[in-house]
Write a protein that binds this ligand. Structure first.
Ligand code: ATP
Length: 305
């Protein structure tokens, strides 16, 4: 990584009337990074992305992409590709026609259009109207369109939302491949395991403020806690007694099974496991690393994932 950021966000504020959607954000994304942007619904992710993509003006503060302001700067798009969650493709045109339209605007020849369609498994479908495409195919076509001019920086707004694991996997591979070329990716996502696997660093935004920003591993160590999960069979009355006897236990029930979570790193773990045996039949015990989902819950104070 060099010291010169690919994306710089400085004191960024966005007001919608009385509502402060962004309350003075500051962060930088470095060349070659996959930077995850995570947060609950309404946190301000799309607002940030719209400003980064030059589609909305900040109330105050500024953003730069490769040193250029994102406000009132058409030259921005020479180095920037954007993939929005909502498809803004021409449904009646074919895949080839959709890409060719943008290729002509950038002075790019048909060879690049066909190479991208082939790389994303859309060569055959490229001749069909986009209205007949599945969600996954549309998302791949949007990525092709964003990559047409081989931008240095790619911004993706929830690129895998609503996709099945196979289609999401194709997009994960594309992100990985793009990173290997030394490019920079700003990735907004609700998928914690996607962020954990793909991102070099992640920022959690909550109510328009950055609540935490670091490498996933560092955040998990700082905010998360590895747990032991015990699956057991017990009855309701004993369940209540169990909760009273072991206050650190997180207990949940489904059908006739009870899951008990205990913090892994504590001196009383052995005693608590012995205690549990008195409250029912233990079926399985396994340990689980801290997850980015735990970090999400802790830093945003929400109960998602
Ligand atoms: P989601 O995960 O649901 O897409 P988000 O993190 O992208 O959410 P934003 O869409 O950026 O959140 O919205 C941030 C806040 O700004 C929300 O309270 C939203 O209602 C508000 N907001 C967004 N756009 C506008 C607008 N054009 N006018 C008024 N309020 C807006």
């Amino acid at each position: 990584m060099t010291d010169s950021p690919a994306i710089m966000v400085k004191d960024l504020v966005k007001q919608y009337g009385d509502l402060s959607a962004l309350k003075g954000l500051n962060f930088q994304v470095y060349p070659g990074e996959v930077f995850g942007y995570l947060g609950p619904n309404g946190a301000g992710k799309t607002t940030t992305i719209r400003i980064l993509a030059g589609l909305s003006h900040p109330t105050s503060g500024y953003c730069t992409v490769l040193g250029q302001s994102t406000t009132g700067n058409p030259g921005l798009y020479n180095h920037l590709g954007v993939v929005f969650e909502e498809s803004n493709l021409y449904e009646r045109l074919s895949g080839v026609e959709n890409l060719s339209f943008f290729a002509r605007l950038h002075g790019i020849g048909p060879a690049r259009v066909h190479a991208l369609l082939q790389a994303y498994g859309l060569e055959k479908a490229g001749k069909r109207a986009v209205g007949t495409y599945s969600k996954g195919m549309k998302r791949r076509l949007l990525i092709c369109r964003a990559l047409l001019h081989d931008p240095e920086v790619l911004i993706m707004d929830e690129p895998t939302s609503g996709l099945d694991p196979t289609s999401a996997g194709v997009i994960h591979a594309a992100i990985d491949n793009y990173r290997k070329q030394g490019k920079t990716i700003f990735l907004s996502t609700h998928d914690m395991s996607e962020a954990d696997t793909l991102c070099d660093r992640v920022a959690f935004i909550n109510q328009g403020e950055i609540a935490a920003l670091d490498r996933p591993g560092t955040l998990k160590r700082r905010h998360g806690q590895p747990v032991v999960i015990i699956e057991m069979r017990t009855d309701l009355s004993r369940l209540e007694m169990l909760k009273e006897a072991i206050p650190t236990a997180q207990v949940s029930s489904k059908d006739d099974l009870t899951m008990v979570r205990l913090p892994l790193q504590q001196p009383d773990l052995g005693i608590q496991l012995d205690q549990l045996r008195g409250y029912g039949e233990i079926l399985t015990i396994h340990s689980q690393e801290a997850s980015l989902g735990q970090v999400f819950r802790e830093v945003t104070g929400t109960g998602l994932h």
